[in-house]
Design a protein. Structure first.
Length: 539
């Protein structure tokens, strides 16, 4: 299977029909495809892959002037890259000598193979299976499928001994995604050129660290989306250094685990990191594979800059450490906080060692609106828990410090309302349950957890309602300096108050006289701030 000519990338055409496209189709007919039809982490991996091909074919662009001319020449340059420069052969999925993103010499150590065969013979049930030496299943690369002891909600076929072939297109998509998002921890024992690698000590793949957010500019078509996210060599040099443009891994594949030059290219340059080899993999057939630990992808650091975010689509932020000193970290996704609450940080233009969002934001003029697609894969230790994904139309007002500060202030206003809502619900419970204070005291270290469970019905409903009202907040940010700015701010804050009251009504009953009294006391707590503001206005 050659990825250049075989259709394997799930896409949606302009008429809404879902289909599959080859790499050739994406770059030569990209205006006919509206969007990738994949899950969030797959989108990140595919976008990095497509960007890497485009930038390698262009060997640039060098500057913004060349970047603007890219749509006119990209298709021709990519075709030349695949065929005239003969890089098409590097995209063969099952090539015996040079399989795409795989190590052809990877093998199961002989001692390990003998141990597994002996274990299989000692178990009659296992000896009759199709996988007597217990090779890893290719399903390992798909986080939605159950493998081994990794159960999922909608899939229970976790038997390591049962053949479960995947379509070639799925294998290609899973391979690219797994190299970007495989979590650290245990891996299979593998051998490459007589060097045996242990089962433990696996580092995280580069796109998974800290459950980081990834953001990409979104265009009207896939072709426009790719163009918007291409970086100039000038901007890459500010983050990676002028000598670290690099080459894609298929142009400079390491010939062994100690090939220092190729490994440096793969792990420390811009193009090398876009399509990583974080796991050494060899696909044996559609059902089985061999895989080992892979290369380590570091976060850049030096004495002057203790943290530098090397992932072009990630966001770095400045926080305070335990001693109150400023420190930098990745903007991390979590279950409790929606993406829209981080939008101000995600839209900061990042330059050199400064904090900020995706590097592609530098392609957007300060006076232009744009669309941004934000994705994240949430994990807990080695377990993948959930996905997050949102698309926002970002107004030009968010391109300024004043606009982002206004947005952050209103997010903080909503968060303060959520905390007041939680206190109101707890006040209702205290009036209904005379022993509530004693229960909290008896809970000890679990006191906060008990409070969160009590408040969760109301706060979850509140944040769900607020997410539907984000367009009001963005409209207010877009209207800064306009005549209707105050009115738009009032509309947003009215939506915050309404959502909090509705959530309180949902969580707190008011059927009996006692409940009605408790409800009124809790409601007074919820709206105390609003009442105080009205009193101040009257004075």
């Amino acid at each position: 299977m050659n990825l250049v000519e075989k259709s394997w990338i799930p896409v949606v055409k302009m008429d809404g029909i879902k289909t599959e496209a080859s790499l050739h189709d994406i770059f030569c007919s990209g205006e006919g495809y509206a969007e990738l039809a994949v899950r969030p982490h797959e989108r990140v991996a595919l976008m990095r892959f497509l960007i890497c091909i485009a930038q390698a074919a262009l060997d640039g662009p060098e500057n913004f002037e060349q970047w603007e001319n890219v749509p006119k020449i990209l298709a021709e340059k990519v075709v030349d890259y695949f065929y005239a420069k003969k890089w098409k052969e590097a995209f063969e999925l099952f090539d015996p000598k040079r399989p795409f993103l795989q190590i052809s010499e990877l093998a199961v150590p002989k001692s390990e193979k003998r141990n597994k065969e002996h274990a299989a013979k000692s178990n009659k049930k296992k000896s009759k299976t199709e996988n007597p030496i217990k090779l890893p299943s290719t399903c390992t690369m798909d986080f939605s499928l159950a493998t081994g002891n990794n159960a999922t909600l909608f899939d229970h076929r976790g038997n390591d001994f049962e053949a479960r072939p995947l379509p070639e297109g799925c294998l290609a998509l899973n391979l690219v995604t797994f190299q970007n998002f495989s979590s650290g921890g245990g891996a299979s024992i593998a051998e490459w050129k007589s060097v045996k690698f242990k089962q433990v000590g696996n580092p995280d793949a580069p796109c998974l660290k800290g459950s980081m957010y990834h953001a990409f500019l979104k265009g009207f078509s896939i072709a426009e989306t790719i163009h918007l996210n291409l970086l100039t060599k000038k901007n890459v040099g500010l983050v990676f250094g002028n000598e670290n443009w690099g080459k894609p891994v298929w142009e400079m594949m390491p010939f062994g685990p100690d090939d220092a030059q190729a490994i440096t290219n793969a792990t420390q340059t811009y193009l090398g990191r876009l399509v990583p080899i974080s796991r050494w993999i060899k696909l044996l057939d559609p059902s089985w594979m061999i895989w080992g630990r892979g290369f380590t992808y570091p976060v850049f650091a030096d004495s002057k800059n203790p943290f530098r975010c090397p992932e072009p689509s990630a966001t770095s932020i400045e926080e305070k450490d335990e001693h109150g000193q400023p420190t930098r970290d990745l903007l991390k996704a979590n279950h409790a906080r929606g993406i829209w609450r981080h939008l101000a940080a995600l839209t900061v233009k990042r330059r050199a060692g400064n904090v900020g969002g995706a590097l592609a934001l530098s392609n957007i003029p300060d006076d232009k609106d744009y669309d941004i697609h934000v994705c994240a894969l949430l994990r807990k230790q080695a377990t993948i828990e959930a996905y997050q994904e949102s698309i926002f139309h970002v107004p030009a007002g968010m391109n300024t410090d004043i606009g982002r500060a206004a947005y952050e202030d209103e997010v903080a206003f909503a968060e303060a309302k959520a905390r007041r809502l939680g206190r109101a619900v707890e006040r209702w419970r205290k009036e209904m349950d005379a022993d509530w204070s004693q229960k909290l005291k008896a809970a000890g270290k679990d006191k906060r957890s008990l409070q969160e469970r009590l408040r969760s019905i109301a706060t979850n409903h509140f944040w769900t309602a607020m997410e539907k009202n984000v367009p009001l907040l963005l409209a207010y940010t877009a209207s800064l300096g306009q005549n209707d700015n105050d009115r738009r701010k009032k509309l947003w804050r009215w939506a915050v108050h309404r959502s909090a009251r509705n959530a309180y009504k949902l969580a707190c009953g008011r059927e009996s006289p006692r409940q009605i009294r408790a409800f009124a006391i809790g409601l007074r707590e919820l709206e105390r701030e609003e009442a105080q503001n009205n009193e101040n206005k009257e004075e």
